[in-house]
Design a protein around this ligand. Sequence first.
Ligand code: SPV
Ligand code: MG
Length: 289
Amino acid sequence: NRQDYFKRILQSKKICRILETHSPLSALIAENIFFEKKEERLEFDGFWSSSLTDSTLKGKPDIEVLDINQRLINVNDIFDVTTKPLIIDIDTGGKIEHLEINLKTIERSGTSAVIIEDKKGLKKNSLFGTSVKQEQENVKVFSKKISAGKKATTNKLMIIARIESLILGKPLNDALLRAENYVEAGADGIMIHSKDKNPKEIFKFAEKFRKKFTEVPLVAVPSSYNSVKDVQLENAGFNIVIYANHMLRASYPAMQKIALEILKNGRSYESEKTIMSIGNILDLIPGTK
Ligand code: SPV
Ligand code: MG
């Protein structure tokens, strides 16, 4: 259901808003939060299972160290209590032989889409850019990975290819060439990543990409160029915007603050007004009473 539903909203919505969720509780927030703006009801259309936040939550580095089964336990826990579609970040996807097997498992889980990045070797988080050693995969090798992935799955699971050229300081033309190759290899969508504060380069990419591919879904992750608004991405030709790490980044300082306050004050009294009340937490999950 979530797989078909995601394809439908991708067709019907101008832009799909996807929020990072690292737990069932964070996913429940993403599932239920909405905002009425004039005639329009704004809500998130689905969840992002992030390698960064899934790893961080487990106190591990974002270097592809969690295996796919650990990631899918998280996804299945989220699916237990929600209805919206989920896109999973599967890093480089690993070896082609492993990818083919893992994608079948992911497809069976009900996940709507995977995003696979065109890096190789020990993967580091993209937001490090060129400050750490990271290598991009050869275009042909990565294209093979995409086509092998498509062959290994039915059309239920979308396979989105993620281009790291701009992250690694390569020119726009390299990113565009890769996009063409990956779409030809069967990618169901393209994610162009950037760690620039300015969205100029991803807008330029979108403009050129859209001239060639009018229908192929295009994904933006505005973690660094965060001044850009969803409607600007929509107008530039993007179909999906992923807010990739914000729920975990919001929760950590809130937990740190209360932990320190309790220590300092020798009690929780001073912090009560800034946290959820006991009444609210008891009411939050139906069936608790
Ligand atoms: C993630 O959320 O793990 C991503 C996006 O891959 S980024 O952290 O920007 O690389
Ligand atoms: Mg990641």
